[in-house]
Design a protein around this ligand. Sequence first.
Ligand code: ADP
Ligand code: MG
Length: 623
Amino acid sequence: MALLQISEPGQSLDPHQRRVAVGIDLGTTHSLVAAVRHGVSECLPAIDGRVILPSVVRYLDPAQGGSGRQIGFDALAAQVQDPANTVSSVKRLMGRSRAQVSDVDKLSYQVVDQDGMAVIETVAGRKTPMEVSAEILATLRFRAEDSFDDDLYGAVITVPAYFDDAQRQATKDAAQLAGINVLRLINEPTAAAIAYGLDNGSEGVYAIYDLGGGTFDISILRLTQGVFEVMATGGDSALGGDDYDQALAAWVLQQQGVDAVLTASERAAVHAEARRVKEALSSSASETFRASVAGRQIEQTVTPADFEACTAAFTARTMTAVRKVLRDAGVDKHEVQGVVMVGGSTRMPVIRRTVGEFFGSDPLTNLNPDEVVALGAAVQANALAGNSRDGDLLLLDVIPLSLGIETMGGLVERIVPRNSAIPTARAQDFTTYQDGQTALALHVVQGERDLVADCRSLARFVLRGIPPMVAGAARIRVTFTVDADGLLSVAAKEQGSGVEARVDVKPAYGLSDEQIAAMLQESFATAQQDIQARALVEARVDADRMIAATRTALAADADLLEPAEREQFDALMASLATTAAGEDAKAIENATSELAKATEPFAALRMNRGIQQALSGKKLEEV
Ligand code: ADP
Ligand code: MG
């Protein structure tokens, strides 16, 4: 008789009955893979015991033979000697053109555009950011498969909250190249909140402060009945530990009076030393910076006070973003119950102190800030793979900029407001502008401004085959659907006939985070101006419509009018046209209502005539 396997209560099932699902933190500086084992989320180590994999790939000269590339610590170690072929911080290039990458000239390798996309020139040929990321992802995939001695079922991969469609799609493409089934992309801060088990804690508002190597994200989450909603996200994708390194290096060189132009390998060495000193200063009272530059040895003592002084601007910038996101979320800092620290740079005492002072309470730091994102992603992956017994976590992320449709006069009708939780579907009804109109051109835009010209164009498509009707009679429902990965599709359907058209918004090369930040800034700064511009455009559209309707009526039934009335209408139309060419919205509205009022009796006469015509020849009883 075969023995039945029985697992202990609370213990996991037999490993072979479980699907291997992992969480991957694909970081700018470091990447990690984690999985839930025996109910506990843990990072998986490499053979050498280290859980961190530097997100660095070095391409070797194919002419020299060999395997072709080095990944992780080997590549990192080779960076100083071979900076041009050693690719780090590739996350900054994902889904971007060269021009969209901040400080692209400061990278140690050559970036060029190919089909509008940033690619890297290496001794082994051009490499796309997706290919480079795929090397890192494949390394983590093999690590997981070795450690479970089983195939990987799927992975949850984390991305910064600010990543747009193109960047998310590029991440998915990289995973596909690495042969990984993507269960879901989730935002890094959301993963961190799950890792801390905040979903099991008390309800309320939490902040996630994530300062990594190259990016800063701040998110405000609300926990209600075990469900997270991201109320708002913000940050700065061009701000991270790397900037602290650079500032420290610059300060040391200035103290030492070095003003020579450094070679690429000297720069890399100085930067690596700055980083070492910075990290050491997180737990020591003084550290010596040593490097050899421009033919001389330099030695500089650095204290925490020196370090904090030369990097104070960056710390202040993070707090500016914190205040902004609190405003966006509509919460006061005292309403925040807990602050989660994420990212290696939150080990800096100055960061913990500054954040703690601002919120008036000590931030949560008991989990390793490097691992917390991967740990939370693993919990989510486990749930999505069907391994978890407590059912799926419902995760809500948000979209960073409002989505909408262009309407008459170049105005934007917002359909999905900024910071809406995703996945989401929202619909709005539109109608035709002209009699007999059989097609409708739809223009999907993203941004906070009221005028299309000030927003970003995402897609255009045409709904054809609308049955001819009088203007305003058609009911066209436009539905925006944003899926859990933040990808958008838009559908338009004429409700009467059922004709339909749709478009999936192809990941166009996305906005950089700085551009998103700039667009938001602009929308705040110009809100008043936008309201005025919108009022003017709306007034003009109404005026045009009124003039067109009056003309149509006159063409049909002018015989109902006395010559004096006719003259009055012509004069009012002419004056309205002149006013509408001007800039005064109020005056245009007044002129429009004046014409509307004057033509009211005429409209009544026309209506009577229409009814009489319809009734003629019919007996009253039949009606
Ligand atoms: P990313 O998510 O961008 O890959 P990480 O969260 O791994 O970044 O953080 C990497 C950054 O953390 C680097 O700038 C690194 O120098 C910094 N860091 C790591 N440990 C420390 C430390 N002890 N003190 C200060 N900074 C640190
Ligand atoms: Mg990170």
